[in-house]
Unconditional design. Structure first.
Length: 372
């Protein structure tokens, strides 16, 4: 009995193990879900073979996608929406993979800077001094602030928390009772103004003590507004390590950059959909081009940084020229309009996209500060 006959006899079933669809003994695959018709137990060889076949299939898609991205701008996106789904990698998944690899590489690259042994030695000394100051601070219970804990004891009081009457007259401090009848936004605005004025004229920074002084309710919302007002006032000040509050917030914001870029792309896609509304393409089809273009940008920047890291040669000027030309060719190949129409829309997009991206960035920056 041949091996194929034994496989038919011993391993093929009359029902799909994945979806329970009825099968014939001659069916190699389930016509309903595509799973192989086999009742054979999983072996190590089967597991490795399946992994390698899936990896090779994805790897070939990635190879085809990268080659087409660099040789024919916009064509891979066009062919993908026209039905060639097995030839190219999914644009959304490919973008996430490329951006993830880039930001991992960028994070590792920052570790291999030009820091000398002397710089390293000074850095160790500085960190040692900072730790010593921190220990002394803990002993004396000074220079500590925990705005996240409303019930925390008084951490620091560098001066008299009493505010002169003429100061109150000049910059009014509203009590909860005085603004009780205001609308939500006006009331919130008055509270932020009150907290900002308070920090201008008092060194007390204990949350509970401040709210008691201002006769404000000790609610979670008031503690939150107080914390954000304090953080905003500290953006331009330096901490013990000499780092400004804005730089710390910028580092926090930079860490979220992959997420921010991912969030902004759907908004940029809207601009394409509005400008090319006559093409009768749906939103997802426009988004395929946007994700493909951004994937190319990340790959190009990645190559540029590798060249700079290995040969210390900056090709930023060339990257900028390539991006401009590539964007034009992508529009021409994807939307297949005349040269002059493409040039006109290229100019319009070059104006609208930065404006849209700026508004999105400001909005995300605002949300980021609220969550900081």
């Amino acid at each position: 009995m041949s091996e194929s006959t034994r496989e038919i006899k011993n391993y093929r079933g009359l029902k799909c193990l994945n979806c329970n669809h009825p099968l014939d003994i001659s069916d190699k695959f389930c016509p309903n879900c595509g799973q192989k018709n086999s009742t054979k137990k999983l072996s190590l060889k089967d597991f490795v073979d399946e992994f390698l076949s899936n990896f090779y299939a994805y790897d070939s898609k990635v190879k085809n996608t990268i080659v087409k991205l660099f040789t024919k701008p916009g064509v891979a996106a066009k062919e993908f929406i026209n039905g060639k789904r097995q030839t190219y990698a999914n644009p959304f998944r490919f973008y996430l993979s490329v951006s993830l690899i880039y930001f991992i590489f960028s994070g590792m690259e920052s570790k291999f800077n030009d820091e000398t042994i002397l710089d390293l030695d000074q850095s160790i000394i500085k960190k040692s001094e900072e730790k010593k100051q921190e220990n002394e601070s803990t002993k004396t219970n000074d220079n500590q602030l925990n705005l996240n804990d409303p019930k925390s004891p008084v951490q620091i009081n560098l001066g008299n928390n009493e505010i002169k009457k003429d100061t109150v007259k000049e910059q009014k401090l509203y009590t909860e009772k005085q603004i009780a009848n205001f609308g939500f936004f006006k009331k919130t605005s008055r509270k932020i103004q009150t907290y900002a004025n308070f920090f201008d004229h008092s060194k007390t920074i204990n949350p509970s003590k401040i709210l008691d002084t201002l006769k404000h309710e000790k609610s979670k919302w008031n503690f939150y507004l107080l914390k954000k007002t304090y953080q905003f006032k500290k953006l331009d000040e330096e901490d013990n390590s000499g780092k400004k509050g804005f730089n710390k917030f910028f580092d926090y914001f930079t860490d979220k950059l992959p997420f921010i870029l991912f969030i902004s792309l759907p908004f940029l896609t809207i601009v394409f959909a509005l400008l090319y509304f006559r093409k009768k393409m749906n939103y997802a089809e426009h988004m395929v081009l946007v994700f493909s273009f951004m994937s190319f940008i990340f790959l190009l920047i990645f190559i540029n940084e590798v060249i700079f890291l290995l040969f210390n040669i900056s090709l930023d000027w060339l990257v900028n020229l390539i991006v401009i030309f590539y964007f034009y060719k992508s529009l021409r190949n994807f939307y297949q309009q005349s040269r002059w129409k493409t040039i006109l829309k290229f100019v319009i997009l070059s104006i609208l996209l930065p404006i849209t991206a700026s508004f999105v960035a400001l909005f995300i920056l605002f949300i980021g500060f609220l969550l900081y």
